[in-house]
Design a protein around this ligand. Structure first.
Ligand code: NAD
Length: 488
């Protein structure tokens, strides 16, 4: 495997690939714990230059007005990424610990192709919208709206699905006419650095339109959030960091768009296929070692079939062993870091302290003496008040909770500070419709329905976020609305 960024990981600032002012920092391989290579360590001064470049590209060029040129650049970027897809895949597997099978969809190919959807939207969107005539205060007036880019976008992203999240921000932000400074997570700088190199060397994106500042220092994100030259912060990460981004952005009232954490419920109604539902819930929580914001981590089942549900779920989870992410058959790879593994282990301990039973897993897999692996873990015997049922664990840990009918299942789903996603399994369409209407989350899958797509807005209720990513709604997060009135 050749990982080219080990030799040439750079920042992208004002169209140039440059070294980080802070030298480089180590990247660890999650499946071995060993140093995989080095990434450019961006500093506050690098960020300052990048924001300046983005500001100039927005204020002093035609980028925001030339819809066709932007579509052309995004299509070029998508084609160039496709050309480098195997290089991107190897880096995603090595750096993120992403299972190879997932790179063919949610991690890489899907998000790369989604750029085309946003390129098309740049050309087909109604940039001018006629509101028709009216007579405010008796004066005949014609009104129209101009939809315009917000300006400089600061994009701050996490490590768990780096390409999907980076492209879900870059695509709509650039298509809408903004310029971007991307600050990826310190755990996964190569994914962004390689995209930066491809963008710089193989597309016509003008200098300053797209900048990438990798850094070992979380404070670079904080500086981006508070900088008055930035018009909008598009943030994906934990709810705690999202709150601090919002506070930092408040000083100059910049717009914030937040995609945050979740504790989503998988509701099984008493007329559902229990075996099918339990095995789907088990598989879902093991995928990418549970490191997905929208993964369902509370399995809520009819009380009278609780033991049966636990046994069925356990059957599937026992069959999914943590594996090398490079292997085609691996569903559950390593966690991203030792810190994350210790966090997950802390939640498993807390579940036992609160009276829960570890039915499957609970420890480090004997077959992996290196890397940040943890066993898929099933916990029974807790209700929804336990910490493991309330807080985001971000590991392959599933808590099974009993319910006393549809209304109680909805109550349990909603008894959470989060409202990101969820699943409903049942047979009777009327009952399903009532449950769907009752659950307060931004997305819901019914009987295995997949909600992710370029045209489908994704986001959270409550403390899971503000705004929507993807779809026309996601694109419009990056637009301002100007109302123009003239004599009719
Ligand atoms: P995190 O909040 O620790 O970090 C996210 C990003 O914010 C990183 O780039 C980090 O460097 C930066 N950052 C850290 N402190 C900052 C500060 N004070 N100001 C500005 N930026 C700062 O999250 P993580 O551990 O990288 O990712 C996991 C979290 O992301 C989970 O909570 C998960 O649910 C969430 N997530 C949400 C979605 C979604 O779409 N809702 C998607 C993926 C992940």
């Amino acid at each position: 495997m050749t990982l080219r960024p080990t030799d040439s990981s750079t920042l992208l600032i004002d169209g140039k690939l440059v070294p980080g002012g802070g030298g480089t920092f180590d990247i660890l391989d999650p499946s071995t714990g060993a140093v995989l290579g080095h990434a450019a360590d961006g500093t506050a001064a690098d960020l300052d230059t990048a924001i300046d470049a983005a500001r100039r590209a927005f204020d002093e060029t035609d980028w925001c007005r030339d819809h066709g040129f932007r579509a052309h650049c995004l299509r070029q970027l998508r084609d160039a990424l496709r050309w480098h897809i195997e290089e991107l895949r190897e880096i995603t597997i090595a750096e993120v610990g992403a299972p190879r099978f997932l790179t063919a969809g949610a991690h890489l190919e899907g998000p790369v192709d989604d750029l085309l959807w946003f390129a098309d939207l740049a050309e087909t969107y109604s940039w001018t919208q006629d509101l028709g005539n009216a007579s405010p205060m008796g004066i005949p007036t014609h009104r129209y709206l101009l939809k315009e880019a917000v300006g400089v976008v600061g994009a701050i992203t996490p490590w768990n699905f780096p390409h999907q999240i980076n492209f879900a921000k870059i695509g709509p932000a650039l298509a809408a006419g903004n310029t971007v400074v991307l600050k990826p997570a310190p755990d996964t700088p190569w994914c962004a650095a390689l995209v930066a190199r491809i963008a710089a060397e193989e597309t016509d994106l003008p200098p300053g339109v797209f900048n990438v500042v990798t850094s070992s220092d979380h404070r670079i994100g904080a500086l981006l959030a508070e900088d008055p030259r930035v018009d909008l912060i598009s943030f994906t990460g934990s709810t705690a960091t999202g709150k601090s981004v919002m506070r930092a952005a408040a000083d100059n009232l910049k717009k914030v768009f937040l995609e945050l954490g979740g504790k989503s419920a998988f509701l099984v109604l008493d007329d559902a296929d229990l075996r099918g539902a339990c095995s789907m819930a088990a598989f879902t929580v093991c995928t990418h070692a549970g490191q997905g914001c929208a993964i369902t981590t509370r399995l809520v089942v009819p009380r009278e079939r609780y033991d049966e549900a636990v046994a069925l779920t356990a059957d599937t989870m026992r069959g999914i062993r943590p594996g090398n992410p490079d292997d085609a058959g691996t569903v559950c790879g390593p966690l991203i870091s030792e810190r994350q593994r210790e966090r997950v282990e802390g939640y498993i301990r807390s579940a036992v302290e609160e009276g829960g039973t570890v039915v499957v897993g609970g420890g480090r897999p004997a077959e992996h003496d290196r890397g940040f692996f943890i066993e898929p873990t099933l916990i029974a015997g807790l209700d929804n008040s336990a910490r493991a049922a309330r807080e985001e664990i971000f590991g392959p840990v599933l808590v099974v909770i009993p319910h006393d009918g549809d209304a109680d299942a909805v109550r349990i789903a909603n008894d959470s500070p989060y409202g990101l996603s969820g699943a409903v399994y049942g047979t009777d369409p009327d009952r399903i419709a009532r449950v769907v209407a009752g659950v307060r989350t931004g997305t819901l899958g019914v009987n295995g329905g997949i909600w992710y797509a370029a045209d489908a807005p994704f986001g959270g209720y409550k403390q899971s976020g503000i705004g929507r990513e993807m779809g026309v709604a996601g694109f419009e997060e990056y637009l301002e609305t100007k109302l123009v009135a003239e004599p009719a």
